[in-house]
Ligand binder design. Structure first.
Ligand code: PMP
Length: 447
């Protein structure tokens, strides 16, 4: 019944018109825009979002994966309120107990993590990890993979752009800026994801300048690394004195409580976390082996580092007014507690698989080539049978039909930003999945 209603979104359009006058492009982040205007939300509850016109949506964006317990889980809200009430202030600006409790939790869950530093976003976490690696190795050029996202700053906003014929061949990619207004620092070394032979060659050829390799173990949360690619990176970085950073901002907690590193059985030197860690509040963290992390201690890890750093004993400057925010950590700790409950993760994975299977059969039965890809609680669906292992594979897929489907789905009450992946939460129900599949069926029929 619900899915046949064509939606009225006048209030969204009116607000967007106002927003355009006071914010560039009418949005607070470029990714929030889509044509003809973004839907403006007013309320969230469990798996649902409600827009300013009163329409209900089943939410698969989940704030780009951050909300793994859904919108406003009563236990998370209660802990946040309790924390604010008991402390009598949102923040102390001094050390406090939850910082230690959360760090102990991360040390127990993540094999690579001995010690932790907090930031306020995933982007700050990758930036800090990169600087820790530079301080530790005395080198400062980064290596990153094609199409991998680590935040919006100059050192990592490089990839290749095969659609425009920019970036050269996969065996020898050239760094192409993803943005205007980049700083003039040295470009990162670009590695082809899942091409172990070429990536190893490039790393060996540039080893003397490379401080770290940073990558998403599952690109964009849905293109898994081949185990052999990660094994090569672990072996070669160790041999060449390069720090291996797993950016688990997206995969952390979502593939398993111990992240992708647990699933793959590969331990990086540094791990970056964010999103789920804050239970919906802004957060980031860097964790890693004690000897490397120690460069950020107030004495610069003088004793431990002896002989490893070109600036031995000089502390790495790490600061942030809001780092380790008590309200945020209260939300994050309760979120992790909910995910640790027996069957919680398994339940999400089963629901994710049910939705993936449903989408695959629905389009296949209509004779449309389709595949779903992903791991754990995140997936994407693509209208192609060609295997997808990399950014270049992804860029070869025609997304026109997918975009039409997504826009139709929005009208039918299924929310994700067009062309975005689906993330699932403990709040999604079997009924949500059933409704989502009905909406896909209807979207396909309408198109
Ligand atoms: N790294 C990865 C893998 C991410 O997915 C993101 C966010 N999409 C970031 C870093 C940046 O995190 P934030 O948006 O919290 O700055």
């Amino acid at each position: 019944k619900e899915t046949s209603v064509s939606r009225e979104t006048t209030q969204s359009r009116n607000l967007y018109e106002k927003a355009k006058k006071v914010m560039p492009g009418g949005v607070t982040a470029n990714i929030k825009y889509f044509s003809p205007y973004p839907i403006v939300m007013k309320k969230g509850a469990g798996s649902k979002l409600y827009d300013v016109d009163g329409n209900e949506y089943i939410d698969y964006l989940l704030c780009y994966g951050a909300l793994m317990t859904g919108h406003g889980h009563p236990r998370v809200i209660e802990k946040v309120t309790e924390q604010l009430h008991d402390a009598g202030t949102p923040i102390f600006g001094t050390p406090h107990e939850l910082e230690v409790t959360m760090a102990e939790k991360l040390v127990s869950l993540y094999k690579s993590i001995d010690t932790v530093r907090y930031t306020n976003s995933g982007m700050e976490a990758t930036l800090l990890a990169m600087r820790i690696a530079a301080a530790y190795t005395g080198k400062n050029r980064l290596a990153k993979c094609e199409g991998h996202y680590h935040g919006g700053y100059s050192q990592v906003l490089y990839s290749v752009n095969p659609e425009q014929n920019e970036g050269g061949p996969e065996e020898k990619p050239e760094a192409v800026p993803d943005s205007s207004g980049m700083s003039s620092e040295e470009k990162p070394l670009i590695l082809p994801f899942n091409n172990a032979g070429a990536a190893e060659y490039l790393l060996r050829a540039n080893a003397s300048t490379i401080s770290a390799v940073i990558l998403e173990p599952v690109q964009g949360g849905f293109i898994p690394a081949d185990p052999g690619f990660l094994q090569m990176l672990r072996r070669v970085t160790k041999e060449l004195g390069i720090v291996l950073i797993f950016d688990e901002v997206k995969t952390g907690f979502r593939l398993g409580l111990g992240g992708a590193q647990e699933e793959y059985g590969i331990t990086p030197d540094l791990t970056t976390l964010g999103k789920v860690l804050g239970g919906g509040f802004p957060v980031g963290a860097v964790g890693g082996s004690k000897d490397i992390m120690e460069v950020s201690s107030p004495d610069g890890g003088k004793d431990i580092l002896a002989g490893n750093s070109s600036e031995e004993g000089k502390a790495l400057f790490h600061s942030g007014t809001y780092n380790g925010h008590p309200t945020v950590l209260a939300a994050g700790l309760e979120t992790i507690a909910l995910l640790e409950e027996p069957g919680a993760l398994k339940g999400i994975f089963q629901k994710t698989m049910a939705l993936r299977k449903g989408i695959e059969s629905l389009y296949s039965e209509a004779g449309i080539p389709v595949q779903t890809i992903g791991k754990g609680s995140i997936f994407n669906f693509l209208f192609t049978k060609s295997p997808i292992h990399s950014h270049r594979d992804l860029k070869r897929v025609n997304m026109d039909f997918r975009k039409q489907i997504d826009c139709k789905l929005l009208e039918l009450g299924i929310y994700t930003k067009p062309l975005n992946r689906y993330s699932m939460s403990i709040a999604h129900t079997e009924e949500d999945i059933e409704r989502t599949l009905q909406a896909h069926k209807q979207a396909l029929a309408d198109i």
